[in-house]
Design a binder for this molecule. Structure first.
Ligand SMILES: Nc1ncnc2c1ncn2[C@@H]1O[C@H](COP(=O)(O)OP(=O)(O)OP(=O)(O)O)[C@@H](O)[C@H]1O
Length: 735
C-alpha cells in the first residue's frame, strides 16, 4: 500500500483545537472534533473585520495567543511565519494612558536623575541605559535592605526575614482578621520575606515587582496577604485587578475568600460577565467607584478584538487600579503581542504592576525583558529596538549584569533553598523504541521529504545549498518537523492506514449522507488531510463500515509510548501511585483516552475545551477521590497554576521545546501539600526528533539557571548546542 504523507499545514497541528471544519454541514448532531484546514480562513476573517485605521503594525504570529486556555496555541519553538496584525484599541479612553507612574507613585524620585555617565552611553544602547537606571534604584533598595553591608547581597532569597521586616506574622493575623475566624493563616518564613519584599517596593514607590518563586511555594498566598496588608496598613482597599489563566479563576476566588474574607471579589467571566457588564459599565462611566475590592479576569479578555471585549477593556480603563496583578505572568513574554499591548493599556495607570510567575525565563533574555518592560514601562522601554539582537543569550557579561541589577525587583526562591522538607522530585527519561510499523512510517516520511528536498536542491545554485533553510520554505520546515513529531508520538496522527481509495469511498458515503455541505471533490480533499485517527472517529460517529472500517484496540497500541504506558501504568497503580499525564496536543489526549480505556484504568481529563466552571471540579474530584487513578491534561490548559497534589507521578508524554512549560506541568503535584516523593517520567522516542527536542529543552534550562539562579555560568555545563528545527532537518534530510 502506498503510504501517504500529505502536506499538512502547521496551523492544523499546532492550533490543535480541532474545530469542526467549515465544510461540515451545520447539522444538529455535529461531527466529532476533527482536524481541519479552517484556520486560514479564520485568520483571514479575524483580520478583515477591522478597519484599517486600527492596524498599527504587522508582526509575526504571537506564539502565545490564546495561551491560557484554549489549547490552540502553536508550539513554542516553531518558527511560524504567519503574518498577523496587532491592533491596539483606539477608543476614547486611551488618553488616560498618558498618566505616568511617577505621577502617582513617586517613582521618578528614584530614577529620574540623568547622570553624566549615562549621557556618554551610545544613543542606541537602550539596554545599557535601562540597566544603568535600574542599577540606581537597585542600589537604593539594597541600602534600605542591608544597610552598609548591601554590596555583597544580591538576592532577597539570601536574607533573613528579620532584616527586611516591615510586618510580622502578628500584623498578618490582625490584617486577615483571624481573631474572628476559624481559619488561622500562618505564612512560612520565606513567605513572610516575600510579603515584606512587596511592601518594601511599594513603600519605595516602585511601580512593579516580579514574584518568581518556584512553582508551588505559595505565590498566590503571598500576593493575597500583600493586598490585605495594603488595605490594613496603607488604607488602600483597591480596586485591584487580578489577571490569570482561565483554569485558575476559581482557585483565586477560593484563596481570596479564605485568606482575605473581608475583600469583596468579583469574577468577571462567563455568566458573571453577562450579569455584571451593564452595571460596571454605567458605574465606570459615571465616575463611581467599582463595587468590589478585587476583580478577577482571565488573559483572554485582552486577546481578542470583539466588540464585547473592547467594551470590557473600556470599563477596566476607566477605573484607576491600585494593583494590577498578573498570575502566570510569563504570558506577557512577547511585547508585540496583542495580549501584552491591550493589558498594558489597562495596567499602565495602576499604582503597581505585580507579576507572579514560577518560570520567568521561558526562552530568551528578550522575553524576560518584555516582562520587565511590562512591570516598569518607563524604565525598561525600548520602543522599536530589536531586542532579539541586543539580548544575545550567549552574552555572558550581559547575563551577569542583568542578574545582579534585577535582583531587587525579582524575588525568586527555589524549593531547594527554602523547603528542605519538601519531598524529593525524581526525574526519569524513558527512551522508548519504535516497533517495525511505527519505525517504517517514520522512515518513509523521511524518505518522502528527502526526495522533495533533493528535487528542490537540483533547481538551486551552489550558494544556497548549505542549509535546508535556504532550500525549503520556513513554513514547510515547520510542517515537516511537526509531521515527524506526530509519527514519533503516535502513527495514528498521520494517515498511513487509510489509502486514497478508502478516502474517496468514505467521502462518497459521507457526502451522500449530507455530512458535508460542499462538493464531493472538496470532501475528498478535506479527508485526505485527515489523520488515521480522525478518519476512524468520523467512521465511528457515522457508523460507516465496509472497506477497512474503524480501527481496533491493537492500533492504539502501535506507538512505542503507548506500549510503555501499558507497562508503566498498571505497575504504578499496583504500588498505590496516582498519575498526571500531559500532552501538548488534544488529538494525542484523545488517543491517550483510548489507550487508558484499553489498559483499564480510571481517569479524568482537562484541556482547553473543558468548561472553565468545570475545571476546578475536575481538580477537586481528582484530589479527593483516590479511586481515580489518572488525570489527562493538556500542557497548556492544565499545566499552569493547578494544585493536583492527589498525584505523585507525572508523565510528560510529549515534551515541549520550551522546558519551562513542562516544568510547570511537573510542579502541579510537586508543591506544598505533597507528602510523597514525586517521580517525573519523560517519554522520548529513540531515533526520532523527540531526542532533539529533549536536547534543546536541556539547553534552555541552563540559560534559566544562569540568569535567575546563582552558581551556574552560561557557557559551562551545556554540551549540547542548540539546534534549530532547520538544522535538525538539515541533518535528517540532507545528511
Ligand atoms: N502558608 C501556607 N499555609 C498553608 N497552605 C499553603 C501556604 N502557602 C501555600 N499553601 C498552599 O500550597 C499550595 C500551593 O500554593 P500556590 O498555588 O499559591 O503556589 P504558587 O507558587 O502560586 O504555584 P504556581 O506557580 O504553580 O501557580 C496551595 O494549595 C496553597 O493553598
Amino acid at each position: 500500500m502506498k503510504r501517504v504523507f500529505e502536506e499538512i499545514s502547521d496551523d492544523e497541528w499546532e492550533n490543535h483545537s480541532f474545530k469542526p471544519s467549515r465544510v461540515f454541514n451545520k447539522n444538529p448532531n455535529p461531527p466529532p472534533p476533527i482536524e481541519s484546514f479552517a484556520f486560514a480562513s479564520q485568520t483571514h476573517s479575524a483580520l478583515s473585520d477591522h478597519s484599517s485605521d486600527d492596524c498599527v503594525e504587522i508582526q509575526r504570529l504571537d506564539h502565545d495567543s490564546n495561551l491560557e486556555d484554549h489549547d490552540v496555541e502553536p508550539e513554542d519553538a516553531g518558527p511560524v511565519n504567519r503574518a498577523r496584525r496587532f491592533i491596539v484599541d483606539d477608543d476614547e479612553d486611551d488618553e488616560e494612558e498618558d498618566v505616568k507612574d511617577g505621577d502617582e507613585t513617586g517613582f521618578e524620585e528614584v530614577f529620574d536623575v540623568e547622570s553624566s555617565e549615562e549621557e556618554e552611553l551610545q544613543e542606541d544602547d537602550v539596554v545599557g541605559k535601562a540597566l544603568q537606571k535600574c542599577a540606581k534604584i537597585s542600589a537604593e533598595l539594597r541600602k534600605e535592605l542591608y544597610g552598609s553591608s548591601g554590596a555583597s547581597c544580591e538576592r532577597y532569597a539570601e536574607v533573613e526575614a528579620s532584616s527586611v521586616r516591615i510586618v510580622t506574622q502578628n500584623d498578618i493575623d490582625v490584617a486577615c482578621g483571624v481573631v474572628d475566624s476559624d481559619f488561622q493563616p500562618v505564612l512560612k518564613p520565606y513567605q513572610l520575606v516575600g510579603v515584606n519584599f512587596l511592601l518594601l517596593l511599594q513603600r519605595r514607590g516602585i511601580g512593579g515587582a516580579i514574584l518568581a518563586d518556584e512553582m508551588g511555594l505559595g505565590k498566590t498566598i503571598q500576593a493575597i496577604t500583600y493586598l490585605t496588608l495594603l488595605k490594613h496598613l496603607k488604607n488602600d482597599p483597591g480596586p485591584h485587578l487580578i489577571v490569570c489563566p482561565a483554569s485558575l479563576l476559581e482557585n483565586w476566588e477560593r484563596e481570596l475568600k479564605k485568606w482575605c474574607p473581608s475583600f469583596s471579589v468579583l469574577q468577571y467571566h462567563g455568566a458573571a460577565r453577562a450579569a455584571y457588564s451593564k452595571e460596571l459599565s454605567s458605574l465606570s462611566k459615571a465616575g463611581l467607584p467599582p463595587p468590589f475590592n478585587v476583580l478577577l479576569v482571565c488573559y483572554s479578555l485582552f486577546e481578542r478584538h470583539s466588540v464585547q471585549q473592547k467594551d470590557d477593556r473600556k470599563i477596566l480603563k476607566r477605573w484607576h487600579w491600585s494593583c494590577v496583578l498578573m498570575d502566570e505572568a510569563h504570558a506577557l513574554k512577547d511585547k508585540n503581542s496583542y495580549r501584552w499591548k491591550n493589558l498594558m493599556s489597562v495596567a499602565r495607570n495602576a499604582k503597581q504592576r505585580l507579576m507572579l510567575t514560577g518560570t520567568p525565563l521561558q526562552n530568551d533574555l528578550h522575553e524576560l525583558w518584555s516582562m520587565l518592560e511590562f512591570m516598569m514601562p518607563d524604565l525598561f522601554a525600548t520602543e522599536d529596538v530589536d531586542l532579539k539582537k541586543l539580548l544575545n543569550a550567549e552574552d555572558r557579561e550581559l547575563i551577569g549584569r542583568m542578574k545582579s541589577i534585577l535582583g531587587p525587583f525579582i524575588l525568586r526562591r527555589l524549593k531547594s533553598d527554602v523547603m528542605q522538607q519538601l519531598v524529593p522530585k525524581i526525574q526519569r527519561v524513558e527512551y522508548v523504541i519504535m516497533e517495525k510499523q511505527q519505525e517504517n512510517a517514520y522512515k518513509e516520511a523521511i524518505e518522502e521529504y528527502r526526495a522533495i528536498s533533493r528535487a528542490r536542491i537540483a533547481k538551486l545554485s551552489a550558494s544556497d545549498l548549505n542549509n535546508i533553510v535556504g532550500i525549503i520554505p520556513r513554513r514547510q520546515i515547520s510542517n515537516y518537523f511537526v509531521q515527524f513529531r506526530k509519527i514519533a508520538n503516535h502513527p495514528l496522527l498521520v494517515r498511513q492506514i487509510y489509502d486514497d481509495d478508502d478516502v474517496v469511498r468514505f467521502a462518497k458515503r459521507l457526502h451522500s449522507m449530507g455530512v458535508f455541505e460542499c462538493t464531493l471533490d472538496r470532501v475528498v480533499a478535506e479527508l485526505k488531510n485527515y489523520s488515521d485517527f480522525s478518519i476512524h472517529q468520523l467512521l465511528l460517529r457515522y457508523e460507516i463500515t465496509g472497506g477497512k472500517g474503524t480501527l481496533s484496540d491493537e492500533h492504539v497500541m502501535l506507538s512505542a509510548k503507548c506500549q510503555a504506558l501499558a507497562e508503566l501504568l498498571p505497575s504504578l497503580k499496583r504500588s498505590g501511585h496516582r498519575v498526571l499525564i500531559f500532552s501538548q496536543w488534544t488529538s494525542m489526549l484523545d488517543i491517550l483516552e483510548w489507550t487508558l480505556d484499553v489498559i483499564g484504568v480510571t481517569y479524568r481529563r482537562l484541556d482547553g475545551s473543558t468548561q472553565v466552571t468545570e475545571r476546578q471540579n475536575i481538580v477537586d474530584d481528582f484530589n479527593n477521590d483516590t479511586s481515580i487513578f489518572a488525570c489527562l491534561l493538556s500542557t497548556r490548559a492544565g499545566g499552569q497554576g493547578l494544585n493536583l497534589t492527589g498525584a505523585d507521578t507525572v508523565v510528560i508524554h510529549d515534551m515541549d521545546f520550551n522546558p519551562q512549560i513542562d516544568r510547570q506541568a511537573e510542579d502541579r503535584c510537586h508543591r506544598i501539600g505533597q507528602t510523597r516523593p514525586v517521580t517525573i517520567y519523560r517519554l522520548v522516542t529513540k531515533g526520532t526528533v523527540d531526542e532533539n527536542v529533549y536536547e534543546i529543552a536541556k539547553r534552555k534550562l541552563t540559560l534559566d539557571a544562569a540568569v535567575l539562579e546563582s552558581g551556574m555560568d552560561v557557557g559551562n555545563g551545556h554540551d549540547t548546542s542548540e539546534k534549530t528545527m532547520g538544522q535538525i532537518l538539515s541533518s535528517l534530510l540532507m545528511g
